[in-house]
Every structure is written in C-alpha cells, then in structure tokens.
Write a protein that binds this ligand. Structure first.
Ligand code: PMT
Length: 399
C-alpha cells in the first residue's frame, strides 16, 4: 500500500541473486509502484535487461552515454525517486557508494538520490564478513541508508553462512516499512490474535475459525509505523511478523496471563483474538471412548475469564483499549454494549459468517465505534488496509 504510485529505483548488481530482483520488481509493480531498474554491466551477465524492461514497463538504465534519451536522465530519475533499493548489492557497489565513487549509471544516479535508500548485500560469507565490507556498510548506515542484513544458509559457492539475499517478499515488506511514517515511535502496542483452544480430552478440543489474519495485520501495521509490538497469539498457521515479539499461547487462561503480564507497559492494547467464552469443566486425561449404547453425550462447560473486561477494569487513563466484536446479527447494538461493559475506548465490529468478511477471509468489513459516540465505516477491503485505517483512528483519538 505504501509503495502505490511511488517512483522507485531498483538497482541490480552482478551477483547470482540478481534473479530474485525480477520477483521483487514484480511485487513492486503489483503493488502499484512505478519502477525504473538500473543495472551494472556485471548484473547483465546474470539476468538480461529485456526481462526487467518488459516487467517494469520502463527503459532500463545501464549506460549513462548511450542508452538514454536525455543526457541527464539519471538526474531526473534520482530527483523523482521516492525510494531506491539495491538488491542484490555486491561488495564492489557497496564500496563505491560508501566512498562517493560515481563511475557507472547506478553509482552516479545514487549520488543524486535524496530519498530513502535500502541496500541489500549479497555475497560469499567471508566477503560479507570482511572488515572492509563491514566498514563500508557502517558508513552507509551512519549516513542514514537502510541496510537489510542478508540471510544465512547454503550459498551458491557452497559456503554455509550469512550472505544470501533475503526472499523478495521480505525485501518488499521492509521497503514498505521504510516508506511508512513512524507515527507510533515510542509507543508499546499489545495485540492478541487467533483462536484459543480448550481441551476436552488429549485428542479433542473446543476452538473457533479465527485464522489470526486480522490480528497479525494489525501487529504488522503497528510495527511498520514504528511501534514496539508484542503479539499474544493463539495457534495459527501464519509466519511471525518481522520485528514483533510473538508469545504463543493455547488456552484462554494462558492468553489472559500473557496479556496481563504485558499490560502495564503497553500504551495501546488491541484485542482481536477470538476467545472461547467457555471451556470444558473437567477435561479428561485419557481419550473419551465411544459408548455403544449411548446416543447423546454432554460436556459440562465452565466460564473462561473475560480478558478484555479485566483489562478494561485495570487500564490507566493513558492507555488506549480497543476490542473487537464478532457478531452474526445486531452488530451495532451488541458492539456498543460490549464497549460499555468492557470499558473500551473503541470497538471494531465485524459481521461474521460470510466468506469475504470476518473469520479466515483476506478481507474484512468493519465499523469502528468510539467512546465519544462517533463511528466510522470501513468498507470491504484487505485486512492489511483495515489495520492501517484502524491505527489511524487510534492515533487520532489518542491525540
Ligand atoms: O482471525 P481472523 O480469521 O482474521 O478473523 C478475525 C476475527 C473475526 C476473529 C476478528 O475480526 C474478531 O472479530 N475478533 C473478535 C472475536 C471475538 O471473540 O469477539 P467477541 O464478540 O466474542 O468478543 C468481544 C471482545 O472480547 C474481543 O475483543 C475478544 O478478544 C474479547 N474477549 C472475549 C471473550 C473472552 N473470554 N475474553 C476476551 O478478551
């Protein structure tokens, strides 16, 4: 979302990971960015210019004197750029950039870029750990450029260690973070997500359809905006968000313990988890066997703690508390009742039971209600966008 309509320079240098830049370009284009690729001569030995030209729908810049329609095209590109990414960045290009050397299209253009720059080093482990390369990276970082650490693993040279270019989706995610205004800097954000699971016996349990997508989207959005995020998560099949402290729990009791343990230092608490209101009174330690002559089986249930209500009773006036309401009917009435009963500053109400909203879907339709009686409708959009709008409102209401 942050890269939509942005002018992005993608610098590609001569490393085996140059092929990953093709996928990164595809992700940037899909998100609506206008991308111009700048290649070094060595990069063209790994991937052809045509591939980048076709996918970017822009001429690739590789030669300052012969390739361009204008003799100052590199300056036009640098001036217009909202961000620049060098992926992969070789030791040679890193050294040139660190020392202001401008002897090819990429290094010359980068000297004129004033927008945020991200460098993604990728090379053999010994080269990466070489004191000169590290010194050059330090220079660039000190100058305010973003350095994305390489992954560790088996490299093309068969070495095992740090030096692998991170996956394109990860670089894309960090570019989005780089372009996001840091309006949650200094704020601690506590989020809960996913379902809770309550054992009936060692093989069966009571749970619900929460996938964690909505809560994780909120945790990711808050992290990108500079928040220090703790995510208390029920069992889900999602990757842990980058730079977020994730605490895994299963039951409502465990979620309550972790939420309350992290409550005091939190500035914003957003409770998205779908928590089991009741749990089996007497979970069995051995598997319940099928009885040949018993048709009906009842499981006695007992109430779980209402975590959100407890937080609402304990929160200070500086803390901002957001709850979610999952309703199948009477959305507004039920949401307002929950806001009142649980002492919330805001409640996000979503209708559940349809395939494109609520549980499991990638999209959600939410209505926000606030303590001052106002409300805001978020139409059916991706959960990532819902998350950002919700945080906009939290920040506005917190003043
Ligand atoms: O995870 P997804 O698949 O993306 O789905 C998202 C979602 C539908 C789960 C999410 O958008 C949502 O609506 N979450 C709240 C689900 C829920 O439990 O709603 P509720 O109306 O039953 O509870 C109201 C609030 O009280 C919630 O903030 C809930 O976390 C909290 N609660 C409820 C019971 C309990 N024992 N303790 C609680 O803290």
């Amino acid at each position: 979302m942050r890269v939509k309509d942005k002018h992005i320079l993608l610098g590609v240098t001569g490393g085996i990971a140059a092929y990953k830049a093709v996928e990164l370009l595809r992700l940037l284009k899909k998100a609506g960015a206008d991308v111009t690729v700048i290649m070094t001569d060595n990069a063209q030995k790994f991937v052809g210019k045509t591939t980048f030209e076709v996918l970017s729908e822009n001429q690739v810049l590789s030669d300052l004197y012969f390739d361009t329609e204008s003799s100052v095209k590199h300056i036009d590109l640098a001036t217009r750029a909202d961000a620049a990414i060098i992926a992969p960045a070789t030791a040679n290009t890193i050294a040139k950039l660190a020392h202001g050397i401008a002897d090819d299209a990429l290094s010359t253009t980068l000297l004129a870029v004033t927008a945020p720059v991200m460098i993604c080093p990728s090379m053999n482990t010994d080269m990466y750990q070489n004191i000169r390369v590290q010194r050059n990276l330090d220079i660039l970082e000190t100058d305010g450029w973003h350095i994305l650490d390489p992954d560790a693993g088996v490299l093309a040279c068969k070495t095992v260690g740090a030096g692998r270019l991170p996956e394109p989706w990860f670089i894309f995610d960090r570019v989005e973070a780089m372009l996001t205004p840091k309006d949650l800097t200094g704020k601690k954000v506590l989020v809960s997500a996913g379902p809770t699971v309550e054992a009936i016996d060692p093989v069966r349990f009571i749970s619900n359809h929460s996938s964690g997508k909505m809560g994780y989207a909120i945790a990711r959005a808050a992290e990108k905006r500079g928040g220090q995020v703790t995510l208390v998560s029920g069992p889900v099949a999602l990757a842990p968000p980058v730079n977020v402290e994730r605490i895994d729990v299963e039951t409502c009791e465990q979620m309550a313990d972790q939420m309350l343990a992290n409550l005091e230092s939190a500035d914003i608490i957003i409770k998205v988890a779908a928590v089991a209101d009741y749990k089996p009174l007497d979970p069995k330690t051995s598997k319940i066997k099928k009885q040949d002559n018993t048709k009906d089986l009842s499981i006695a249930m007992t109430e779980n703690p209402d975590i959100l209500k407890r937080i609402g009773q304990n929160k200070t006036s500086d803390q901002f508390l957001v709850g979610f309401a999952a309703e199948t009917d009477d959305l507004e009435k039920n949401a307002l009742l929950k806001m009142e009963k649980k002492n919330l500053d805001m409640i996000a109400a979503n209708l559940v039971g349809s395939s494109d909203s609520g549980f499991k879907a990638d999209t959600n339709k939410v209505k926000l209600f606030f303590r001052d009686g106002s409300s805001f409708d978020i139409p059916l959009i991706e959960k990532d966008k819902v998350a950002d709008i919700l945080i906009d409102h939290v920040i506005e209401k917190m003043g």
